[in-house]
Write a protein that binds this ligand. Structure first.
Ligand SMILES: Nc1ncnc2c1ncn2[C@@H]1O[C@H](COP(=O)(O)OP(=O)(O)OP(=O)(O)O)[C@@H](O)[C@H]1O
Length: 587
């Protein structure tokens, strides 16, 4: 199934099996180095201060001969310092290894999401929107990253440390040892319930942030529109209220999560004191020595870190599960149907039979569309605003997936076609082309570095853009700004036409692509385009009679249906929308 879950993450981790095993071996060595440390100096209380020589004193005597108290303490202290230094080196190594593994896994997840997004159909993509998708790709994957990092490096370390310490303390004093080991799960159980509460609060905070991000992102994108409509007050007040919501939810989350965290820590400290008291009692009433009592105190303190790590892992687990839930929303987006067939020759015959389409399953935008366009034909699409012309153009270009009916190109069903082949053949020139915040060159070639400047200038000449580019100080290297804000609407439209010339498709769809041009530039443009378009299929969505008149076939759309089709002469003879259109144009 195409979703991310713990099993999927586990399988990714297994791809780094060797590193994982090395990491775990180093982890075990680091634990073996660190676990004896709390025991070493307290042992000298008994062995040196209370004069009951045992393991340390006997071994030092065996190696260095009899020593005085100062030297015993010095030698053991040096051993502790060395062990701590080695432990430090091993823990750095562990962090390095597990960071490498975690970053590999998160890269793989981002790669999977991007590969999926690449082939998601437009209608599905629009159901989420760019704000949510960006948040998923950045914030949620980062949440997952820290979860993987802590599970891979800290979970095993913490559990093994607890086991090792458990063995040592039970060996020192079974009753006190078991008491300590039993108390830990109790605290962990309490904290797990507490952590659950912070999970919901974090969710509320994340939702408020994403809501704000979407709102501000949109307002900033449409900044000029907002100013033009004199609606700064409304939009920015709205953004401020969303910012306020972040304040409220973050406030709640931050203080409550700290309160819950501190509560569990305070609980730990109380239990710590109770266990210390139990230690004193054991010295008074059993065979626990004073030195080993200090060692037990040390271990209670020592296991605080692994216990805290395990506690924070529960929280990290919950946020990671929430992040996975959101990430899976991307993976749940349907892919556009893609086949593997490609066209054998240049030029397409396009055939639509009983095609219908709806953006949101509630209202049909296109109904029972039947269109047949032969290779090289010049076709016009007309109809009132909102009648479905752009939608139809996008369906023909394969951007949206039809709801019903059949679409064939050279007799190959759209579902069987490799979409890249289709898009190589069809170019949709939009009324408001989207531009990258990059250079003019990049926007014309779409990043294809094999296209030379000579070809670009040829395209610019036909697109009536040469003078514009020459007038710019940096020529083709001029940055166009976000969405091409530094270019006029007409310049953007011509740039899109230059893109089409470079792409050299066999079908060109003009969707009111020259609406921002003055009549003179437009007619010069089409005159210069004539040679280029001669052997191409051209579908033009237009409002001007002059553009429509010469088409081989005109389709008239009304409320998503084709109500008339034929050439100008045929349609002019019929009562109907086309005649109305002609009359209106003449007026
Ligand atoms: N991305 C979308 N999501 C949902 N509904 C949409 C979307 N794009 C268009 N529509 C709806 O589909 C219908 C047809 O829109 P379309 O843009 O195809 O009409 P049009 O004939 O090209 O209009 P115009 O001449 O104004 O450009 C409209 O009712 C519109 O609201």
């Amino acid at each position: 199934m195409n979703r991310i879950d713990l099993k999927y993450i586990w399988n990714l981790l297994l791809e780094k099996k060797k590193l994982l095993i090395i990491g775990q071996i180093i982890t075990i060595i680091a634990i073996l180095i660190s676990v004896p440390i709390p025991l070493m100096l307290p042992a000298l209380v008994d062995e040196v201060l209370l004069d009951k020589p045992s393991f340390f004193v006997e071994n030092i005597n065996a190696f260095f001969g009899n020593q005085n108290a100062f030297k015993y303490i010095l030698i053991v202290t040096l051993a502790v310092v060395f062990l701590r230094a080695f432990h430090y080196i091993f823990s750095v190594l562990i962090t390095k290894i597990f960071t490498n593994i975690a970053k590999f896994v998160t890269f793989k997840i981002r790669e999977k999401l991007l590969k999926h997004l690449k082939s998601v159909s437009m209608n599905e993509y629009e159901s989420l929107g760019s704000g949510a998708v960006t948040a998923n790709l950045i914030t949620d994957v980062n949440t997952l990253d820290s979860f993987i990092m802590s599970v891979a490096s800290k979970l095993v370390t913490s559990i093994l440390t607890l086991i090792a310490v458990g063995v040592v303390i039970i060996a020192i004093h079974p009753i006190l040892g078991i008491l300590i080991i039993v108390v830990q799960p109790f605290i962990m159980f309490l904290s797990r319930n507490i952590a659950k509460k912070t999970g919901t609060l974090k969710k509320e905070e994340n939702e408020a942030i994403s809501d704000f991000q979407n709102d501000v992102g949109e307002s900033l994108d449409l900044f000029s529109q907002i100013k033009a409509s004199n609606k700064e007050e409304y939009f920015f007040n709205n953004a401020i209220s969303k910012a306020k919501n972040i304040q409220i939810t973050s406030n709640k989350f931050n203080y409550k999560s700290v309160a819950y965290e501190r509560f569990s820590f305070t609980l730990f400290l109380i239990v710590f004191e109770v266990l210390r008291a139990a230690g004193l009692v054991m010295v008074a009433y059993s065979d626990l020595s004073i030195g080993m009592m200090f060692a037990m105190f040390g271990y209670i303190w020592f296991i605080m870190t692994p216990v805290q790590e395990i506690l924070s892992m529960q929280y990290s687990y919950m946020t990671a599960m929430a992040a996975i839930g959101r990430i899976n929303k991307i993976l749940a987006l349907q892919k556009e149907p893609n086949g593997n067939k490609c066209f054998e020759k240049k030029g397409l015959n396009i055939d639509l039979k009983n095609v219908s389409f709806s953006y949101n399953k509630t209202k049909e935008v296109l109904k029972d569309i039947n269109i047949n366009i032969k290779y090289g034909e010049k076709v016009a699409l007309i109809g009132a605003s909102g009648s479905g012309k752009t939608t139809l153009a996008q369906i023909i270009a394969g951007f949206y997936t039809k709801t019903n009916g059949t679409i064939k190109y050279n007799n190959i069903k759209i579902e069987e076609l490799d979409k890249q082949c289709l898009r190589n053949e069809i170019f949709l020139v939009l009324q408001m082309p989207m531009l990258f915040n990059n250079t003019l060159r990049f926007n014309i070639t779409m990043g294809d570095e094999n296209i030379n400047d000579e070809d670009i200038y040829k395209a610019l000449k036909i697109a009536q853009l040469t003078d514009v580019v020459y007038s710019l100080e940096n020529g083709l290297d001029t940055l166009v700004g976000k969405n091409g804000v530094r270019l006029s609407g007409g310049q953007r439209q011509r740039l899109s036409i230059a893109r089409m010339i470079i792409a050299n498709p066999s079908v060109v769809i003009f969707d009111e692509s020259t609406s921002a041009l003055d009549v003179q530039t437009e007619s010069k443009l089409f005159c210069d385009l004539e040679d280029i378009l001669k052997y191409k299929t051209v579908i033009t969505i237009a409002h001007r009679l002059s553009t429509v008149k010469n088409a081989n076939k005109i389709y008239v759309l009304d409320d998503g249906k084709i109500v008339q089709s034929g050439n100008h002469n045929e349609l002019e003879q019929q009562e109907g929308h086309y005649l109305e259109f002609v009359k209106n144009q003449l007026i």
